[in-house]
Design a protein around this ligand. Sequence first.
Ligand SMILES: O=C[C@H](O)COP(=O)(O)O
Length: 214
Amino acid sequence: MFILVNLKAYPCDPIEVATAARDVAEASGVRIAVSPQAADVARVADTGVETWAQHVDPNGHGSHTGSTLAEAVAEAGATGTLINHSEKRQTLADIDGAVRAAERAGLETCVCANNPAQIGAAAALGPDSVAVEPPALIGGDVSVATADPGIVEDAVAAAAAVDDDVDVYCGAGISSGDDVATAGELGATGILLASGVAKADDPRSALEALVEPL
Ligand SMILES: O=C[C@H](O)COP(=O)(O)O
C-alpha cells in the first residue's frame, strides 16, 4: 500500500512531517510520500522522503507567468505529482497536457477524480495512477472506505476496464490504520490523505498508526 500525504496549504511544519514520514517508511517498509507546497519541494526532498508536487501545469518553459513547471518541481527533487486534485481542478485538455508534461520531466503521475466515471476518463489519459475522492468527504472525520465503499470498488472496476496498468488510490477522511486496511480490501493500492497527518498534533504518531496494520 502506498500512502501519499498531501500537506495542501495547511499551516504545518513540512519538514517535521517529511522527517517523520521518512522514518516511518524506513521502519515499516511501507511506501510513504509527502506532497508539500511547491515552494517547499526542495527542502522536503532534502530530508530524503519521497516527494511529490501537488500540481503541475501542462506548459513547458516559456511565457507562462505563475505556472508550476513539471521540469522545475522535478529539478527541485519531486519524483511524482498530483494532477487535477479536487481543490485544483483542471480542464480535460489541461489534465492531458499535465500528464504529458510530467512524463517528459520523469515524474510519476496520479490524476484525481470525483467519481468512477471520471476515474475511467482519467485512466484513459495514461497516468501511472488515479485517485477517487468524493469531495463531500474530503477533510471530514469519516473515511471514504467506510462511508462509500462502493465508490472505491466501482473506481477500481472503472480503471481496470480502461487500463489494467493504472493503479487506483482512494482518499477523503482517512485517518486510521483500519481505514487504510479497509481501502486495501476494497481494491485500492494507495491512499491519498491530508488532514489526518497535516493537522495532527503529533504527525509521527499519526503516521505510525496508519501503517500499523500493514
Ligand atoms: O489530498 C488529500 C485528500 O483531499 C484527502 O484529504 P483529507 O485526508 O483531509 O480528507
